[in-house]
Design a protein around this ligand. Structure first.
Ligand SMILES: Nc1nc2c(ncn2[C@@H]2O[C@H](COP(=O)(O)OP(=O)(O)O)[C@@H](O)[C@H]2O)c(=O)[nH]1
Ligand SMILES: [Mg+2]
Length: 451
């Protein structure tokens, strides 16, 4: 479906989930939106005449009938989220109230807003840069506290600032190239300021390198817990989930299927899978479960392989561990370290007890490092989470590399200026100084409706 967006017609959308709750918020925006609200509220209050940033209690009316007793927050252009006149209606959060209000707004001349349309308008009206607009969606979708913090940092403009710095360095560089183009006679050996190029390249390179981690904090990873029956997989699963989800029992083969749960591990959203114990099964049900288990293990981003440390490794454990071919990290855990009969852990194993919790922090840290592909970046650095930004950073970097190569080959200033301009274009596209309507529509269509 092609959505044609006129940038300034009055729009309305529910900004909270369409489910019964204490309150719901309906948002409207666009020139004339306050005038459209005026006939819908009881006389004493006229939204069109109200001052911006004021809240009013009133009854919304559909003809003579009262619909709901609400609060309306009035915003006036340009001091609003979208930069337009608009309002937020705080109503009671029942579906009949929400549906009645939305249909009333539709009949009154509001168009139902598309996904991300409020934020798209905020960007088009200069209320925020493009990396901040993307961060709005990222903070809404954050699954862990760490992901929230990272998105908030981007919302505050951390990426925008860095990209701007790189772009400014290139602007200076380009200005000096222009001088060389215009006044070739004044050319000196130190005509091109390579320090500016170094600066820009360093900033862009650092940002590109944060992307894999940024992605993982936002999107998360899947982790399968594998091992022989009775190794303690279900116990570890419950411990990491901090809830009693899986049945724990000394009876071998208790977990016949696989279970899934979500946990935050060192701030990474993790989809955790408990699986059936790997053993030679005889009954049909267990064989089915084992087939599933292998599928889960084969598609996991990382695997925790548990061995009961009081029993030690058997041939099946060795076969699994030695036969591991996938690029996904495999962590070995020597479990039941709390028991007296525990054997010394072989090289490369983390020792832990899924009953007392000893060693669990080490498992979580090791898992985070393995999935992040290294130590987590420090808190001060913004992490890129947008594929769009990553692609543009990569192409800026390619232009800068070409520029550096041309420079060392002694290319003429006009050729150097072309690479410099290309790198600047990519950086300006990141912040939204240069935009493309199709890219914008695609980007905002991934937002929630009402945001
Ligand atoms: N003492 C001790 N017992 C454990 C530990 N982990 C699991 N168990 C016990 O070992 C048995 C099998 O555990 P379970 O989690 O069901 O293993 P699974 O078959 O691999 O899922 C249960 O009786 C658990 O209480 C541990 O670290 N220490
Ligand atoms: Mg189990």
């Amino acid at each position: 479906m092609i959505v044609i967006r006129s940038p300034d017609d009055p729009i309305a959308a529910l900004a909270t989930p369409a489910a019964s709750s204490a309150l719901a918020v309906i948002r409207v925006s666009g020139p004339g939106s306050l005038e459209l609200l005026s006939p819908l509220v009881a006389r004493r209050f006229d939204p069109a005449a109200a001052r911006g940033h004021t809240i009013h209690r009133c009854v919304v009316k559909d003809g003579d009938e009262d619909v709901d007793d609400v609060l309306i927050a009035v915003y006036k252009s340009p001091k609003s989220y979208t930069g337009e006149d608009g309002a937020e209606i705080f109503c009671h959060g029942s579906l009949p109230v929400i549906q009645r209000l939305l249909s009333l707004l539709a009949r009154s001349g509001f168009r139902a807003a598309g996904p991300g349309e409020f934020t798209q308008r905020a960007f088009l009206n200069g209320r925020m840069g493009l990396t901040q607009a993307e961060a709005v969606n990222e903070i809404v979708r954050a699954k862990t506290d760490r992901a929230r913090g990272l998105a908030l940092q981007r919302l505050g403009g951390a990426i925008e600032d860095r990209v701007q710095k790189a772009r400014d360095a290139l602007l200076d560089l380009r200005a000096s190239l222009e001088v060389l183009i215009d006044y070739p006679d004044e050319q000196t050996d130190s005509g091109v300021d390579t320090e500016k190029l170094d600066n820009a390249e360093r900033i862009v390179m650092e940002l590109v390198h944060t992307y894999p981690q940024g992605r993982i904090y936002q999107e998360g990873v899947s982790v399968a817990i594998a091992g022989a029956t009775n190794a303690g997989k279900s116990s570890l699963f419950n411990l990491l989930l901090r809830q009693d989800r899986a049945i724990v029992s000394e009876i071998h083969g208790t977990t016949r299927d696989w279970l899934e749960g979500t946990a935050s591990i060192q701030g990474i959203p993790v989809r955790l899978f408990d699986t059936a114990g790997l053993r030679a099964a005889t009954d049909a049900l267990e064989i089915q479960g084992l087939k599933k288990t292998h599928e889960v293990i084969d598609s996991a981003d990382a695997v925790l392989y548990l061995v009961d440390g009081t029993r030690g490794m058997d041939a099946a454990d060795r076969k699994f561990l030695d036969g591991w071919q996938r690029p996904a990290p495999l962590l070995r855990v020597w479990n039941k370290s709390d028991l007296r009969g525990v054997l010394p852990a072989p090289e490369g194993f983390l020792t832990a007890s899924a009953v007392t919790g000893t060693g669990i922090d080490d498992i979580q840290r090791a898992l985070a490092e393995a999935t992040l592909g290294g130590a987590p970046f420090g808190g001060a650095e913004p992490l890129v989470d947008s594929e769009r930004q990553r692609d543009l950073l990569t192409s800026a970097l390619a232009s800068l590399k070409r520029l550096r190569a041309s420079l060392s080959e002694g290319a003429t200033p006009d050729l150097l200026a072309v690479d410099c301009a290309e790198a600047m274009d990519s950086l300006e596209e990141i912040t939204g100084a240069v935009t493309n309507a199709e890219v914008l529509d695609r980007m905002f269509s991934r937002f929630c409706v009402g945001k």
